[in-house]
Design a protein around this ligand. Structure first.
Ligand SMILES: Nc1ncnc2c1ncn2[C@@H]1O[C@H](COP(=O)(O)OP(=O)(O)OP(=O)(O)O)[C@@H](O)[C@H]1O
Ligand SMILES: [Mg+2]
Length: 245
């Protein structure tokens, strides 16, 4: 069963400059898909469309059988934006993480338990009373992720989740995300992270998905990557056992 469907999507900011054209993509239940593409390809725009923050000029989007923004999706779709800090708006971290579960009408005890669980998952326990806007970039990212996880979403959309994270935090994130149930789409320039985590990788370039397959197949296809304006780092080439460029 597809938990996310995008069919023949077209979108241009301010109605003119085309970012996405005739884009189709589907995510199956329980699947983890990495979304790669050069800067400005439209990965974040795609997430904004899924969140219902902007509307496509053509095509159909369905999340868990509903249209973006549908009230039935409340708490079922977790989104962590590239600028994660802007998602935090409460006076303390605990309040921010509690916001979603509380809005779902869960009892106070359950909200408290979910806050503690989510902060522990992202290794942020102990910062409950800190002001989100006084945290570091990596801490903000973890807090925004905790806020999404506290809802126990069925579908998780993560935009550049490893940016700002140190190596240990990045590994901890990998372990957490890997063990989460539900479908996941992860937009990232961190190919090693996607290679380790994802069942499938999709390449977005020139407005559409230009190729998809297992991480080994996509990252091993240097012609596809080059056509899409992407290239592998030296570390990634070594990981894949490819010769020097
Ligand atoms: N709010 C906006 N108003 C106008 N144009 C925008 C807006 N947000 C993004 N764009 C443009 O849309 C295009 C796609 O941007 P988007 O942020 O979706 O790319 P991306 O693939 O997420 O890039 P990155 O890898 O840098 O995060 C870019 O050309 C960008 O300049
Ligand atoms: Mg982006």
């Amino acid at each position: 069963m597809s938990v996310l469907v995008l069919e023949n999507i077209a979108f241009g900011w301010n109605g003119d400059r085309r970012v996405l054209s005739d884009l189709s993509f589907a995510l199956e239940a329980g699947e983890s898909v990495g979304l790669i593409g050069p800067n400005g390809a439209g990965k974040t725009t795609l997430f904004l469309l899924c969140a219902g923050i902007v509307k496509p000029s053509a095509g159909r989007i369905e999340l868990l059988g509903a249209a973006p923004g549908d009230p039935s999706l409340r708490g079922k779709v977790g989104l962590v934006f590239q600028n994660a800090g802007e998602q935090l708006f409460c006076t303390t971290v605990a309040e921010d993480v509690a916001f979603g579960p509380r809005n779902l009408g869960l009892p106070a005890e359950e909200v408290r338990a979910r806050v503690a669980e989510a902060l522990a998952l992202v290794c942020l326990a102990g910062v409950e009373s800190r002001a989100p806007h006084h945290m570091s970039g990596g801490e903000e990212r973890k807090a925004a992720l905790a806020a999404a996880l506290a809802m126990r979403p069925e579908l998780l959309l993560l935009d550049e989740p490893t940016s700002d994270l140190d190596s240990r935090s990045r590994r901890e994130l990998l372990d957490v995300v890997r063990h989460l149930p539900g479908g996941k789409v992860i937009a990232s320039h961190d190919f090693e992270f996607l290679h380790e985590l994802c069942d499938r990788v999709a390449v977005l370039s020139d407005g559409r998905i230009r190729g998809e397959g297992t991480p080994a197949a996509v990252f091993g296809d240097e012609d596809l990557l080059a056509r899409c304006g992407l290239e592998l780092s030296r570390g990634m080439r070594a990981l894949l056992g490819l010769g020097r460029a």
